[in-house]
Design a protein around this ligand. Structure first.
Ligand SMILES: [Zn+2]
Length: 94
């Protein structure tokens, strides 16, 4: 992940968010030639996966590969959880 270039003001916001216990500031920052990484120490693989899953789901990407999902489930009117490719291989298995 490329670090985001930030100002000192932004870094203060990051620290404030951390004080509140928010996971919002997780990421890489670039400040005056320094790379600052905010990540969860000893975060389990499951937690990381869940975060990725949620992010993809919210943004309408396939939860497996991150491809943009364009088709909606006619029953729910919502975007499918998986891309065409993964929907097909998942359907075939069941
Ligand atoms: Zn996919």
């Amino acid at each position: 992940m490329e670090p985001k270039k930030v100002t000192l003001k932004k870094l203060h916001e990051v620290i404030e968010a951390l004080q509140e216990g928010s996971e919002e500031p997780i990421g890489n920052y670039f400040y005056k030639g320094f790379r600052i990484q905010i990540s969860k120490y000893r975060s389990s693989g499951t937690e990381r996966y869940m975060r990725l899953y949620r992010k993809r789901r919210e943004n309408g990407y396939c939860v497996r590969c991150g491809a943009k999902v364009t088709k909606k489930n006619p029953k729910t009117g919502k975007l499918y959880r998986l891309c065409e490719f993964h929907r097909e291989i998942t359907d075939r298995k069941s």
